[in-house]
Ligand binder design. Structure first.
Ligand code: SF4
Length: 314
């Protein structure tokens, strides 16, 4: 619980005492663990999803709280239930044993890192040796990552912004580009690049895969983000370019009120190819089902028992 006192688990460094009473920081969460969903998910990249799914745990609250967040129900609207460690351990263990998931995927967990480390320790003690994956916003502090390394096999960080003004406007953190680059450097130096890159028949067991979500109307941010990653890590960096953006609220910025255009995706994709990235995962916009035709498979509804419309294989 000490890590929750004068909390500096993330770069917001709120220094509030989350351990006592109901004090909350920017992430809107006290030290009471809250979870919105535990279950297999089939919407990650093939080496993460494999054939039996990635065993996701979605936490309530977020240290970044982007205005366009696709998981807004839980990241900003507080959906989720308080859980104790014993019940969560039982639930995750059941998922591992009954569903045969390839990894345990902690989604945006940094504001609950102490609980996450405790849970992983207990899973290891009980003999579960599958990879532990931290699915992160990229806005992480290096000291927190140094604590996380001992518990983590795979890092799945975003690199959302190269544009400081855009980071300030959409996520309230002008320092995102520098902070995220340092964080990803720390992850790569410790774990290397993802060790399986080809398909879903040989799921990854360690390393780093970086994600970038292209925002409609902000192609230059994406082009510069890819250039930044290339200059820092080279063309061998495993990179996932996502085009699944879907507006979930009405934005004052009209650019964010539509899906990504194919022409916008093509510009970013061609730039990735020009830079020579050797290990690319891409979502082709035509292959991303439209939310207008029904429920988008990439915008979960955490009020449902099965929040994701991505086909389950069970
Ligand atoms: S985890 Fe929450 S309370 Fe702690 S520094 Fe980050 S935003 Fe602030």
């Amino acid at each position: 619980m000490d890590l929750f006192r004068e909390c500096v688990l993330c770069p917001r460094a709120c220094a509030v005492d989350r351990a006592s009473g109901s004090n909350k920081g920017f992430c809107k969460e006290s030290a009471q663990l809250r979870v919105a969903y535990v279950g297999p998910h089939f919407g990650e990249e093939p080496p993460i999803t494999g054939t039996r799914g990635s065993g996701t745990i979605f936490f309530t609250g977020c240290s970044l709280r982007c205005s366009f967040c696709q998981n807004r129900q839980i990241s900003q609207n507080g959906l989720g239930v308080a859980v104790n460690m014993e019940d969560l351990l039982e639930s995750v263990e059941s998922m591992i044993v009954k569903k045969g998931v390839h990894n345990v995927n902690f989604v945006t967990p940094d504001h609950f890192f102490p609980h996450v480390f405790d849970l992983i320790s207990k899973l290891r003690t009980r003999g579960h040796s599958l990879p532990m994956l931290l699915n992160l916003s990229g806005y992480q502090s290096v000291p927190s990552l140094k604590l996380a390394h001992a518990f983590t096999d795979i890092y799945l960080p975003d690199f959302k912004y190269s544009d400081k003004d855009l980071a300030a406007t959409l996520s309230g953190c002008r320092d995102y580009p520098d902070v995220a680059l340092s964080a990803i450097r720390e992850m790569v130096d410790c774990k290397g690049f993802l060790n399986s890159l080809e398909n879903d028949t040989s799921p990854a067991t360690s390393g780093v895969l970086v994600r970038h979500l292209i925002l409609p109307g902000y192609v230059k941010n994406s082009l510069d983000a890819l250039t930044t990653l290339f200059l820092e890590f080279g063309s061998s960096l495993p990179l996932s370019i996502m085009s699944q953006y879907c507006p979930v609220i009405r934005h004052d910025d009209e650019r964010l009120n539509r899906r990504l255009g194919k022409d916008e995706f093509d510009l970013v994709y061609m730039h990735a190819l020009d830079l020579g990235f050797e290990h690319l995962f891409v979502q082709i916009p035509e292959e991303v089902p439209s939310a207008d035709a029904g429920r988008s498979p990439f915008v979960p509804d955490f009020r449902l028992d099965r929040p994701f419309a991505v086909p389950s294989k069970d």
